[in-house]
Design a protein around this ligand. Structure first.
Ligand code: GRF
Length: 203
C-alpha cells in the first residue's frame, strides 16, 4: 500500500496545468499521485487528457443535485472515499463548496495567471486577466500559486514567478508566456506544500 499522497485535480478547460502535474508525478518531481480529475464542464479537453492517462474522472454538475448542500456533501464523500489528501485547482472556474474548503483547509492549491493580489477575484480568469494587465500598462505579469479558500483567488500566496509584459503583447501572447511559467510553478509549489515547506497557520 503506497503512502504517497493522493491528489484530486479540478478543471474546467484544456487541462494543461493538470497535465503538468501528471508529468511531474511521472518524472518524480512531484512525489504524489494524481488519482482523480473533477470537471464542471462535460466537454473539458482535460477530461480527454485524464482518459489518456487512465485517471478516473467525474463531471460535477452542481445543478444535478437537489441543493448546493447535497452537492457539496456528495463531492466531499467522493473525495474521502478516494482518500484524497490534496486538491489542485487547475483552471477550475467555480468556487468549491464550503464544506470542502473547511475539510481541506490548507490543502487546496490554486494556480492563477497573474501576480495576485492584483488581477484576481470573480470574473478574473483566462483572457480577462491578461486584457486587464495590458490595459493597466504594468511592465510585468506572472503566475501565482496560492492556497484556495471560500473567496476567489484570496488565500495565502505560496509562490509567484514574474514575466515581462512586452509592448507588442496581445492577451494571447501574454497568456502563453504566463502559462509556460504556470506549468513549472504549479508542480513545484504543490510538491513544497506536500513536503510541509509552508507554515499553514492562517490557511
Ligand atoms: C490557466 O491560465 C490557469 O492559470 C487559469 O486558467 C488557465 C487554465 O488553463 N486558472 P489549463 O486548463 O490548465 O490549460
Amino acid at each position: 500500500m503506497s503512502n504517497r499522497k493522493k491528489i484530486a485535480v479540478f478543471i474546467s478547460g484544456s487541462g494543461s496545468n493538470m497535465q503538468a502535474l501528471i508529468d511531474a508525478s511521472k518524472s518524480g518531481l512531484l512525489t504524489a499521485d494524481i488519482v482523480w480529475v473533477v470537471s464542471n464542464m462535460r466537454k473539458a479537453f482535460g477530461l480527454k487528457r485524464a482518459e489518456k492517462e487512465q485517471i478516473e474522472s467525474f463531471v460535477y454538475k452542481k445543478k444535478s443535485y437537489d441543493s448546493p448542500q447535497i452537492a457539496g456533501d456528495d463531492l466531499l464523500q467522493k473525495l474521502q472515499e478516494r482518500h484524497i489528501d490534496y486538491i489542485a485547482l487547475a483552471g477550475y472556474l467555480q468556487l468549491l463548496p464550503e464544506v470542502i474548503v473547511k475539510e481541506f483547509k490548507g490543502r487546496i492549491l490554486n494556480i492563477h495567471p497573474a501576480l495576485l493580489p492584483k488581477y484576481g477575484g470573480k470574473g478574473m480568469y483566462g483572457q480577462h486577466v491578461h486584457k486587464a494587465v495590458l490595459e493597466s500598462g504594468d511592465s510585468e505579469s506572472g503566475a501565482t500559486a496560492h492556497l484556495a479558500d471560500e473567496i476567489y483567488d484570496n488565500g495565502k500566496i505560496l509562490e509567484q514567478f514574474k514575466v515581462p509584459v512586452l509592448e507588442s503583447d496581445t492577451p494571447e501572447t501574454l497568456a502563453a508566456r504566463v502559462l509556460e511559467q504556470e506549468h513549472k510553478l504549479f508542480p513545484r509549489a504543490l510538491q513544497e506544500l506536500i513536503k510541509g515547506k509552508y507554515e499553514i497557520n492562517d490557511g
